[in-house]
Write a protein that binds this ligand. Structure first.
Ligand SMILES: CC(=O)SCCNC(=O)CCNC(=O)[C@H](O)C(C)(C)COP(=O)(O)OP(=O)(O)OC[C@H]1O[C@@H](n2cnc3c(N)ncnc32)[C@H](O)[C@@H]1OP(=O)(O)O
Ligand SMILES: O=C([O-])CC(=O)C(=O)O
Length: 455
């Protein structure tokens, strides 16, 4: 992995110089303001961190190394990993070197399998993936080297080393989870002649007549690789790694965030939503019936999975890339037809829902991905987010390798209490205090002698 490492080193040096220049000249320059809404609203829209592996434009979506989704979606996961880490696509020899390196390191340590096999049979596959990765932390080279006292400037090298070890093992681990959780537990052996994505497909052991399954898997693993720094899973991984917890700890933690239904789990929730539509309305419901179903879901206080986004304000180009792929390679199944019908109906409804409070009425990547996995014979919905996780770990690893190279400090924002905020606002302006305190209605906790003392 000489070539990858050299290019990561170059990138770290270049970015390090840029950061030094920025800090030297602009350390105290304001780039925005922090409002009360930011504090109360999940920091939405607050520009509060730097991430150079990828960037999400609200209209155009994901950019990796400056390439938009149409420009990079035809590449392989290995090429994308290289791009995430270095900012450039690999030349042929660098790609061969990376592939060989991943193949060499593919084997999951043997102690992981009994751990996974002994979990209750109904354990969610995301729990298995997170635990399997956590159990591999015993192999962390970074951890070992840190305990030997390596200097800070070498941290990234061992983070990269751990990252390659982890990424190389993901096809075997993810496929093994599938075989243990949904079949007889018999594992299928790694095939050295196949690439990273093909090996995953091979080891899943799914009988599919469709030869485009491996192409689809490549696309799937490319499209989910990264989504800048602030999404729940990447941010979690960054925070954990910023304490110098190794990449196994960080990836496992990030995956636990990905397993939430408002984030990666929407992947499986979308198909379940479509399945419920078919259960109630038959396999080819009309658009009017779908419209009523969606309205009923909204009225019952539930979200429409696969729609909305914290940053995007247009149709997710990852959704569009999958739709395009499906038009080329897949027959239209009833599920796929309903995906298209929902796309025709849902944005219009969300635009006006509750006075337009949904910031983005358009579909995200999860609105279609599960339907295509189902098309290729993956019928266990609970497994879908594992594949999202396998891909997203590429981003975790790249982000944290670079962060270690730049010696980014521990992430630790300051929190404040309601009392602090009310006092601050009161001091800032009597008017503001009057207006805001009148409109903020916090549930009053019964005050005990202890809580009064704490205040
Ligand atoms: C790979 C990914 O992680 S992509 C996202 C996957 N998740 C989903 O698809 C789940 C459905 N979508 C959502 O829940 C949201 O749109 C999120 C979590 C993705 C983004 O959340 P936010 O940035 O807070 O969205 P937004 O500012 O639009 O939220 C405002 C209101 O609209 C609601 N809203 C947002 N999206 C939807 C939706 N798809 N259906 C119904 N209501 C919605 C929010 O729940 C919120 O309601 P509240 O004020 O009563 O709490
Ligand atoms: O960016 C986000 O918040 C969610 C998302 O689409 C992703 O992580 O892929």
């Amino acid at each position: 992995m000489k070539k990858l490492k050299e290019n990561v080193r170059l990138r770290i040096e270049t970015q390090g110089r840029e950061i030094a220049r920025i800090l030297e000249n602009y350390s105290d320059t304001e780039i925005g303001k922090v409002t009360v809404k930011h504090l109360m609203g999940g920091m939405r829209g607050l520009q509060a961190m730097v991430c150079n592996t990828s960037y999400v434009d609200p209209q155009k979506g994901l950019f990796v190394g400056g390439f938009d989704v149409p420009a990079f979606s035809g590449k392989t996961p290995e090429e994308i990993l290289y791009l995430l880490c270095t900012g450039v696509f690999p030349k042929k020899d660098a790609l061969t070197e990376l592939r060989d390196e991943l193949a060499k390191r593919h084997e999951v340590p043997r102690h992981v399998w009994p751990l996974l096999r002994n979990l209750p049979k109904d354990t969610h596959p995301m729990t298995m993936l997170s635990m399997g990765i956590l159990a591999m932390d015993s192999q962390s080279v970074f951890k070992q080297k840190y305990s030997e006292g390596i200097p800070k400037k070498e941290h990234w090298e061992y983070t990269l080393e751990d990252s390659l070890n982890l990424i190389a093992k993901l096809p075997e681990l993810a496929a093994g989870i599938y075989r243990i959780r949904f079949f007889d537990g018999e594992l299928i052996s790694y095939a050295p002649s196949l690439d990273w994505a093909e090996n995953l497909v091979h080891m899943l052991g799914i009988e599919t007549a469709d030869s485009s399954f491996a192409d689809f898997m490549r696309l799937y693993l490319v499209l989910h690789c990264d989504h800048e720094g602030g999404n729940v899973s990447a941010f979690t991984a960054r925070v954990v790694n910023s304490a110098l917890s190794n990449i196994y700890y960080a990836a496992s933690a990030g995956l636990n965030g990905l397993a939430g239904p408002l984030h990666g789990l929407a992947n499986q929730e979308c198909l379940r939503f479509i399945q419920r539509i078919h259960d109630q309305l038959g396999k080819s419901p009309g658009k009017e019936e779908i419209r009523s179903y969606v309205l009923k879901t909204l009225d019952s206080g539930n979200v429409i999975p696969g729609y909305g986004h914290a940053v995007l304000r247009a149709t997710d180009p990852r959704f569009t890339a999958f739709l395009k792929f499906s038009g080329k390679y897949c027959d239209t199944t009833p599920y796929l037809q309903t995906v298209k019908d929902l796309y025709a109906v849902v944005p219009g409804l969300l635009k006006t829902y509750k006075g337009g409070k949904v910031a983005n009425p358009y579909p995200n990547v999860d609105a279609i991905s599960g339907t295509l996995l189902h098309y290729y014979g993956l019928e266990h919905f609970d497994y879908y987010t594992v594949l999202f996780g396998v891909s997203r770990i590429l981003g975790f690893c790249a982000q944290n390798t670079i962060a270690r190279g730049l010696n980014q400090p521990i992430i630790r924002p300051k929190s404040v209490t309601n009392k602090w905020l009310l006092d601050f606002l009161g001091k800032a302006s009597k008017d503001i205090k009057h207006q805001k305190t009148m409109s903020i209605k916090f549930p009053r906790k019964k005050q005990t002698r202890e809580s009064l003392k704490r205040e």
